[in-house]
Design a protein around this ligand. Sequence first.
Ligand code: ADP
Length: 301
Amino acid sequence: MSEPVSGKPTKGEPMIKVENLWYKYPRTKKYVLEDISFTVEKGEFVALMGANGAGKTTLCQCLNGVIPNSQGGKVKGRVVVGGLDTQETPISKLAQKVGMVLEDPETQLFTTKVKNEVAFGPENLAIDPDEIMKRIAWALKVVRLEGYEERPPTALSGGQKQRLAIAAALAMKPEIMVLDEPTSQLDPIGTLEVFSVIQDLKEEYGMTIVMATHKSEEIAQFADKVLMLHEGRLVKFAPPREVFQDLELMKLTWTHLPQISELILFLRNNGISLKDFAILKDEGVAMVKEALAGKAGRVAS
Ligand code: ADP
């Protein structure tokens, strides 16, 4: 086996490079990821979408090296994250490059105090205690949990728990965050809190984000691109606006459109002519107002 690469993408290299990736779980016949290739640049936010069973969790696990390092199975092709080939790099080293947040906040938190939760990863790497204190303060500030250091994680709301899980991952100072449906168990407020922290990580810290999620409204607002999976294959990789306009794809993959897009389509189908499509509330409302004003004018004259 060749030496792991240095851990820094060379100049001009993408932060994530997936090349002709095939994956099959141990003791199964069928490949659940088939010939997937894509790249993600530094500071991009890519949303992974697709129906249940499409392969989103499996792809997330390929990005953080759980596949094949812990999970086993058969991999063909290559996954390189932050310059590290996941098939040649130990998972402990990958954990410093790729932070991971899972769906269920309860299963990720296992200490008795918020600050211990954030310290856990760096302590395992035997990082200097002063540096750990700095990381705790920084990570809790980023996720807006300053002042919660001494609280038990069990006393936090769902959204706060997920933000704590993000802080625990941040304490390892990763360049990439992979989040597997982190808001599927949260209410709308918790969901928005998590997306807004993710937005800060991208905008202020230039972090590269991959998030499996079904939340179309938030994807429309925050994501740069959508990577759509269908039965283990990549069927579209494009900005949200382009993806949500592809109605055949939406049907094929059982994807919900943002509510404003549904409204635009409904009005169009009912004879109100709208000049464009919308995925954001503000642009959609402006478009509808303009169309209705025109109609009112015609009726009045
Ligand atoms: P998604 O996250 O999009 O719901 P998954 O990645 O969880 O999809 O699953 C993709 C496919 O892999 C599904 O057919 C699922 O049944 C299968 N699968 C998931 N985990 C395992 C496993 N541990 N062993 C065998 N098959 C699995």
